[in-house]
Ligand binder design. Structure first.
Ligand code: DGP
Length: 112
């Protein structure tokens, strides 16, 4: 499958890894929109939040168990934002489920 994040997961495209286990990978966004901008992805290909199902919900729950640990490890003690863009209206540009973690400074009040 010609999926950018699948290639990053397989190591075919380099990334700056922040956390990895058997189910998920967290790496730095190539175009950071905050002092800390990370992406957390499941290793198994899921296109977006729209495709979350009983079959993959355990991995999604695991992502959300890991996010606070990753945020703590990255020093985001004053808070952070978690975002997932879904589809063209939300400007999803990579069709592999990912959660942005943004922080490391004061973020905008606006989300859209
Ligand atoms: P979204 O627009 O929500 O689908 O977010 C996709 C993000 O992926 C965007 O913030 C930029 C990031 N990105 C795109 N290509 C690469 C890449 O090759 N490496 C890394 N680390 N991030 C990438």
């Amino acid at each position: 499958m010609d999926c950018l994040f699948c290639k990053i997961i397989k190591g075919e495209i380099p990334s700056v890894k922040v956390y990895e286990d058997e189910k998920i990978l967290c790496f730095r966004d190539i175009a950071p929109q905050a002092p800390v901008h990370l992406l957390v992805v499941p290793k198994a290909h899921v296109p977006s939040v729209d495709a979350i199902s009983k079959e993959n919900a355990g991995t999604v729950a695991h992502i959300f168990e890991c996010i606070p640990k990753i945020a703590k490890q990255q020093g985001l003690s004053k808070g952070y934002r978690v975002i997932s863009n879904v589809g063209p209206d939300a400007c999803q540009s990579v069709p592999h489920l990912h959660f942005h973690i943004l922080g490391g400074g004061q973020l905008s009040e606006k989300m859209a």
